[in-house]
Write a new protein. Structure first.
Lengths: 442, 380
């Protein structure tokens, strides 16, 4: 079929080289002097309900406040004192918002752990634990995990996504190697919670060290399996994964294909929350790229400022760099290293400024024949430049997932993805308008 | 500390348009070299010399006309120097259009004809439309057709008539329309290119192999090439089957010879696949190739003028925006309906091609007999 539509993925050149920068390196531990807790919900930018105020002493794991929409708690991630309120850049929201500043008192005291739950816990208890421990989708979207498990009728497979198809990032790879106990337990617990028949751990083919560790997964529990996905981008995308592993397609949510997809990080977090009563305060992130001295995986408290870690690792190599919170393919660049790591930021990529020689569009159609969403980015670009709104609507740019493959593959080095995003903005507004009009007429 | 705010992704494929064009250039140079060898060995050293000179003249004049076009805008640039001008030319790829054009012309073409044709090729059909990436028609094909219309008499009856005319010009422009003097003894000569014609068009098998290599290197899109070749072959096969009595070769051989002669293979690999003038959607490319194949064979069997390949390429170049418009939307949208429609279209085109053969009288003996004459001569 891909002859007539799109092959939907691409092996990224030198992806192994980019991962080698941090593979097998010792994980450094970093404790900053101050952490910055954003006082807004990262999804809708609404302020959180505060439990603590300036001057209070907090320990690691103390609840600072709750997110308004679903009562997910926000934890202090280091012991110390809330010293002041400060306006700091927030990566997801894209502007300065209020943050609490907690000064590290170097005592590293931890709040009491939550009570331990074993596999006999009821479904409600488990769901409540997901909320209490603030477990989100740690793949990058930060979608609360419990929402996926509220309705589990008809689910037969749990997919654990440890694909990590972005270049440079290697925190999932590291987690796979050291957290086997939690991965297995987490998968078993999720099976129990959802009533699914099997759980499949998905990671990329060619990771021999991971293969060795998970050789005996099916012996430990016959319901657990390993699936090795192709080394292509974006094989870690939910829809791509469900298609490749289960050969099923769906329209909106994976539950239509009787599957739930979870990030590896979320599964490990959930296992830790259940077995040990831990809430999320610390995290291993990849800080990598050609633009930084000593790229490494660093274990740090969440809400650490990026600039602190970069200074800890030896600073930038160049005067001008591209900085992105996440992988270099689909995370938007930011013009500040003052933003903090959120609980679902998987890393930081620092690259020298991209220098490309842009030529006119060749109309080769490489973007069209590789788009994972079957879009025609080149046509969208032409329609956008011609300000032809009708044409843009016909090309459905709102289906774009922003994977960046079209820009990556473009031989003329055009920022195709940027045009598609702009068109997406325009068309989704129009779409909403049209729907509103329809509703009004009814 | 400065943070670059260019849009993501921050890693890019190493494959660039320039590299693609250089690979295409290498493919073209291989064809050129083989034609030089052919003319030195099989024809006179004079023809071999012209095979070199023609290409040099065309490539140089194409580049020069582009540079002339660039000069006004280049002068307004801040800090312009000679290097930036050369850089502009290198990234505009006029020399590739020039090389394709040179390979489409017979060796007997005069130098001034080449220069005028080069002007039409790059200046009128490419730069006036906005330069590389904006031209509507394939520049080399426009140049070739211009040359055919303006200088066709000297093509066929020039100083080096034997080595200097293409099969197809002689086929019907000269009313006799005989293939035989050029094909030689066996049909294999046609496949290997062992006959005189346009400089690069004759080496069918070589061009096909280059096409496969280029397609594997993702320089050209095999969808266009294959759908075009399949359409041409099937049409030729149908015509062959319907005229079993008038041709002495079996229809399969007739088909192979039809596809091997003239510019079909060269057009399929180097001209039709020009990404700028072809549709972008995968299915659109297939339709594009099939339509071109249909029009080529229509002109070959029913038209009064040669250059079926060239005219068909221009015709489908014009249809490109229409095809893009038809296949707008996502590529998997109603894919089954689209596939059925495309196959129905191809089938109906083939059915129309049946009409090529329904009135045998209109396919003059010479036209179908290309192969029988050579057969007689070869005596096999």
């Amino acid at each position: 079929m891909s002859i007539f539509t799109s092959i939907r993925h691409k092996h990224l050149q030198d992806i192994h080289k980019t991962k080698e920068l941090t593979y097998g390196k010792e994980v450094l531990v970093f404790n900053p002097k101050e952490i910055f807790i954003p006082l807004v919900d990262p999804v809708n930018a609404k302020p959180i309900k505060l439990e603590k105020s300036i001057g209070d002493d907090v320990k690691e794991g103390t609840i600072i406040g709750y997110r308004e929409d679903n009562m997910i708690p926000v934890f202090a991630t280091i012991s110390g004192k809330i010293v002041r309120e400060e306006l700091v850049y927030h990566v997801n929201i894209g502007r300065n918002v209020k943050h609490f500043v907690i000064q590290n008192d170097e005592k590293y005291e931890h709040e009491d752990f939550l009570p331990i739950l074993d596999e006999n816990a009821s479904k409600d208890e488990m769901l409540k634990r997901m909320v209490d421990a603030a477990i989100l989708g740690h793949g990058g979207a930060g979608f609360p995990m419990f929402i996926k498990y509220r309705k589990t009728d008809g689910i037969d497979t749990i997919l654990v996504n440890a694909v990590e198809c972005e270049p440079y990032l290697s925190d999932d790879h590291h987690s796979l190697l050291v957290n086997k106990k939690y991965v297995v337990k987490g998968m078993e617990l999720l099976l129990k919670l959802s009533g699914a028949k099997e759980a499949i751990l998905c990671y990329k083919v060619g990771n021999e060290d991971v293969d060795k560790v998970y050789k005996d997964l099916s012996d430990l529990n016959p319901n657990l399996k390993v699936y090795k996905v192709k080394n292509v981008y974006p094989s870690g995308w939910e829809r791509h994964l469900v298609k490749e592993v289960l050969k099923r397609e769906y329209n909106r949510l994976p539950s239509e294909a009787h599957a739930i997809v979870n990030n590896l990080e979320s599964v490990v977090r959930f296992a830790k929350a259940m077995m040990e009563g831990r809430v999320i305060t610390r995290k291993t992130v990849t800080i990598s790229g050609e633009g930084i001295n000593n790229p490494s995986n660093v274990e740090l408290p969440i809400y650490t400022k990026a600039s602190d870690v970069i200074a800890f690792l030896g600073g930038y190599k160049f005067d001008e760099v591209s900085l992105s919170y996440g992988g270099p393919m689909c995370s938007r660049g930011v013009n500040s290293d003052q933003g903090v790591f959120l609980s679902y930021t998987s890393g930081l990529t620092i690259l020298p400024r991209l220098k490309v020689n842009t030529l006119p569009c060749l109309r080769c159609g490489a973007c069209t024949s590789h788009c994972p969403s079957y879009l025609q980015p080149v046509e969208i670009k032409i329609a956008y430049q011609a300000k032809n709104n009708d044409r843009m609507m016909a090309l459905k740019p709102w289906l774009c997932i922003g994977c960046g493959l079209c820009s990556y593959i473009c031989p003329s080095k055009i920022d195709v993805n940027d045009f598609v995003k702009k068109a997406k903005l325009i068309t989704s507004m129009k779409l909403k308008q049209m729907e509103a009009n329809k509703g009004g007429k009814k | 500390m400065k943070f670059a705010l260019n849009p993501n992704p921050y890693v890019r494929s190493k494959r660039s348009t320039f590299k693609i064009m250089m690979e295409l250039l290498i493919g073209l140079v291989v064809v050129w070299l083989s034609s030089i060898i052919y003319y030195f060995v099989k024809s006179s050293p004079k023809d071999g010399f012209f095979a070199i000179l023609n290409v040099v003249i065309t490539v140089l004049s194409c580049s020069l006309f582009e540079i002339i076009y660039f000069i006004p805008s280049w002068k307004k640039e801040a800090g312009h120097n000679f290097k930036s001008l050369i850089n502009k030319e290198l990234n505009s790829f006029g020399y590739i259009s020039g090389l394709i054009l040179a390979l489409l012309m017979p060796v007997g073409t005069m130098w001034w004809q080449l220069i005028i044709t080069s002007f039409v090729t790059v200046f009128i059909s490419k730069m006036l439309f906005g330069g590389f990436g904006y031209n509507i028609f394939n520049p080399a094909i426009v140049g070739r057709i211009f040359a055919t219309i303006c200088f066709s008499s000297s093509f066929s009856y020039g100083a080096t008539v034997n080595a200097g005319s293409t099969i197809l010009t002689n086929w019907s422009a000269a009313s006799s329309g005989q293939f035989n003097p050029y094909i030689g003894t066996s049909g294999w000569n046609v496949v290997f290119g062992n006959y005189a014609g346009a400089l690069g068009e004759t080496f069918t098998l070589l061009i096909f192999i280059i096409g496969i290599v280029l397609a594997l290197r993702k320089v050209i899109d095999l969808r266009i090439t294959l759908s075009y070749l399949i359409m041409c072959s099937l049409t030729a096969l149908i015509v062959g089957l319907m005229n079993m009595k008038t041709i002495t070769y079996d229809p399969i051989k007739f088909m192979v010879l039809q596809v091997s002669t003239g510019g079909i293979m060269f057009g399929a690999v180097f001209c039709l696949t020009d990404p700028v003038t072809s549709p972008t959607s995968p299915l659109g490319k297939i339709v594009f190739g099939a339509l071109a194949g249909f029009i080529t064979m229509l002109i070959r069997f029913k038209g009064s003028s040669p250059e079926g390949v060239a005219y068909s390429i221009l015709a489908v170049n014009m249809l490109t925006p229409l095809i893009d418009n038809i296949f707008k939307g996502t590529t998997n949208d109603k894919i089954k309906v689209k596939l059925i429609a495309v196959s129905a279209l191809s089938l109906s085109l083939l059915l129309v091609s049946l009409s090529y053969s329904t009135k045998p009288s209109t396919i003059s003996n010479e036209k179908v007999c290309i192969t029988c004459v050579s057969d007689e001569k070869g005596g096999n």
